[in-house]
Design a protein around this ligand. Sequence first.
Ligand SMILES: O=P(O)(O)O[C@@H]1[C@@H](OP(=O)(O)O)[C@H](OP(=O)(O)O)[C@H](O)[C@H](OP(=O)(O)O)[C@H]1OP(=O)(O)O
Ligand SMILES: Nc1ncnc2c1ncn2[C@@H]1O[C@H](COP(=O)(O)OP(=O)(O)OP(=O)(O)O)[C@@H](O)[C@H]1O
Ligand SMILES: [Zn+2]
Length: 454
Amino acid sequence: MEIKLEQEDAADWVYRGEGAANLVLSYTGSSPLFIGKVMRIQKAARNGSSHCMEDHTVLTEHERLLWKEAEELVSSPTKELAELHYVKDVMSPLLGPKHVDAGMHVLACREFLESVEKKVICQRPAWRVDAAKIDVKCDFVLLMTDHSLFPSGIVKVGPCISVEIKPKCGFLPFSRFIAERNAIKRSTTRFRMHQVLKLRQHEISELSQYDPLDIFSGSNERIHKALNDLYSTPQNNFRVFLNGSIIFGGLGGGVDKTSIVIEKAFEGALKGVIQADDGLRTRSFIELVAETVYNSRVLDQLLEVQKLDSIDIEGAIHAYYNIISKPCMVCRELDEARVPHGYASLHSIPLSESLKIIKDYIIAATAKDCSLMVSFKPREDRDFGSPYGSVYLKSTNQNFDYKVNFIDLDLKPLKKMETYYEKDKKILNSYAQLAKTKHMKGNTLSMEVFETIK
Ligand SMILES: O=P(O)(O)O[C@@H]1[C@@H](OP(=O)(O)O)[C@H](OP(=O)(O)O)[C@H](O)[C@H](OP(=O)(O)O)[C@H]1OP(=O)(O)O
Ligand SMILES: Nc1ncnc2c1ncn2[C@@H]1O[C@H](COP(=O)(O)OP(=O)(O)OP(=O)(O)O)[C@@H](O)[C@H]1O
Ligand SMILES: [Zn+2]
């Protein structure tokens, strides 16, 4: 029997969080169909553009060409099914199926979506409310495993603590197509340069101390540093949930800096999970997460997928114009400005090569934007044959089961290639302006300059 969510079902769903494109709810009711699930609902931008295609158009002609090897994706009758197949058939094999749940679609009536919209509005960050609302024209929602919990079965499960990390791009581009004037890209991560633009645009009030290169480094020490930095300046890159409720970080948005009040509250919330004295629990918890990231090596796989972006947007954009069979705007601009460049060769490669470049670029874009959920529960002595990984926390002499899942593996539209190119320029320009102001120590901005650019 097909399930359809009706207006009265809205009472059982509560706000869990949101990103730019989706709003996520968790289940509080008693139906076995939904226990342990979250619901992901597409949003529509208030300025008219919609993440949920109004006409539910499937892929564009060029996208069908791009994904032709993924047969089910290309032959999907709806955009929603295409998205599902993208996660299942493209991303999951690359990241490891045990870490990926594509979810399933469930029908939802308009009244259900309208009730949810009303119910959650006061919990949503104001800037997210201004930007977008639930797309009530969508007639479905995505039901997924709630990765902040462990499946409960018959035996009652103890406390579950889970960490959400949005690690962003973890490597420095090495492409020969990066223009000399943009050489800074080879030594400073996009994340760190983007911070400056975000600060200028008042999207953040404080620069993050986090550097993605640390968490992806494979070095125990640097992973610890990354976790400490994420803890100090979490933004939208770090959150912690206890039994599915947030205990650290911002729901639907971010927290720029961890205050003493937040620290105290978090230390208190960890009681009952981390068996350490007052004042020592946070440190032990960070140790637990860092050890798990280090031992599981799960980020190695993610990094490999991110590195499918091998020629950088400065190279890939030319392949994009080859695919859409339009004159290359980038080459035209450079030619008009009489800037010598070596991009002509990219316009004489076979179409198959252009398709491969763009396909890989888009897969990498998903991998650079996804998040990781790492969940822990204290390990029972009798847990033989547990399906989970196991980690020992030395400072408290505790054993934990852990599982790792990737979330937000959305397919980026092909037409976003132009946006990627423009954003890259914008990030570089804003960073370059600062570099000129002599406030750089090596590649790092001095603290005083943070104040001046706010
Ligand atoms: O370009 P970026 O790196 O700012 O990434 C965008 C994210 O920004 P942030 O992680 O805060 O820097 C942005 O996240 P926020 O809205 O800032 O939380 C989205 O994830 C966006 O993806 P989409 O438009 O929803 O498909 C992301 O866009 P994509 O570049 O992944 O398409
Ligand atoms: N399967 C899940 N289990 C538990 N929590 C989840 C799950 N999926 C999403 N969430 C929570 O909901 C939030 C928003 O979800 P998600 O990142 O998928 O939204 P989005 O709009 O696609 O994000 P983005 O801005 O990156 O495009 C996440 O940050 C996470 O806290
Ligand atoms: Zn070109």
